[in-house]
Design a protein around this ligand. Structure first.
Ligand code: E4P
Length: 214
């Protein structure tokens, strides 16, 4: 399973990229707003750091404006993927951008059928938000299972990005189900590196080695 960093923070992206574990980056307007920077500048900087798809979300709601925003983003770097919200206007924009050879990541997906529609419109990626479903007591991971099954049934090549990830168990379950990609906040990616038994084991190995040399 590919791992993406779900952040617009440059320092976090640099740190994770150095670990050699991230395959791409997703951003959204809330994440970029937190950085207090221009959206385009942030995307250009991320593309210089990470050699993989970088999702930039449109800041408009009509098909016409979304297509224009998408074209502008696609000119920033060859790895830019345009994030389009899952609405009727968004589906039309997806079809149009796909026709121009611009990759779309359909965002704010909360049901398997929304994912099917996005794929039919030509999305290269779909982003179901599992954490936000869990937050309202619905089983977020179940929709990942359902989308994986539906896409397999019809040999749909749209990649599934598990989004709105809150904890390491989300990543584990996404991998077991067979999602293509999991996009994770930096702190969650860093949580999965560590295990207390690894630290205890390493300390013991080094102590035993030192003892043997005395
Ligand atoms: C996905 O691409 C979104 O950026 C993100 O995963 C949303 O997560 P949140 O529900 O934690 O805001």
């Amino acid at each position: 399973m590919k791992l993406y960093a779900d952040t617009a923070n440059i320092n976090d992206i640099k740190r994770l990229n150095e670990l050699g574990i991230i395959d791409g980056v997703t951003t959204n307007p809330s994440l970029v707003a937190k950085e207090g920077r221009d959206y385009n500048e942030v995307i250009k900087e991320i593309c210089k750091i990470v050699n993989g798809p970088v999702s930039a979300e449109v800041l408009s709601i009509t098909t016409k404006e979304m297509v224009l925003d998408g074209i502008a983003y696609s000119k920033l770097h060859k790895n830019v993927v345009v994030k389009i919200p899952m609405t009727a206007e968004g589906l039309k924009a997806t079809k149009e951008l796909n026709g121009k050879g611009i990759k779309v990541n359909t965002t704010l997906i909360f049901t398997p059928l929304q994912a099917l529609l996005a794929a039919k419109a030509g999305a290269a990626y779909v982003s179901p938000f599992i954490g936000r479903l869990d937050d309202i007591s619905q089983d977020g991971m179940q929709i990942i299972q359902d989308i994986v099954e539906i896409f397999q049934n019809y040999e749909i090549t749209t990649e599934i990005i598990v989004a709105s990830v809150r904890n390491p168990l989300h990543i584990r379950d996404a991998a077991i189900i067979g999602a293509d990609i999991c996009t994770c906040p930096p702190n969650v990616l860093e949580q999965i590196i560590k295990h207390p038994l690894t630290d205890i084991g390493l300390k013991k190995f080094l102590e035993d080695w030192e003892k043997s040399r005395k």
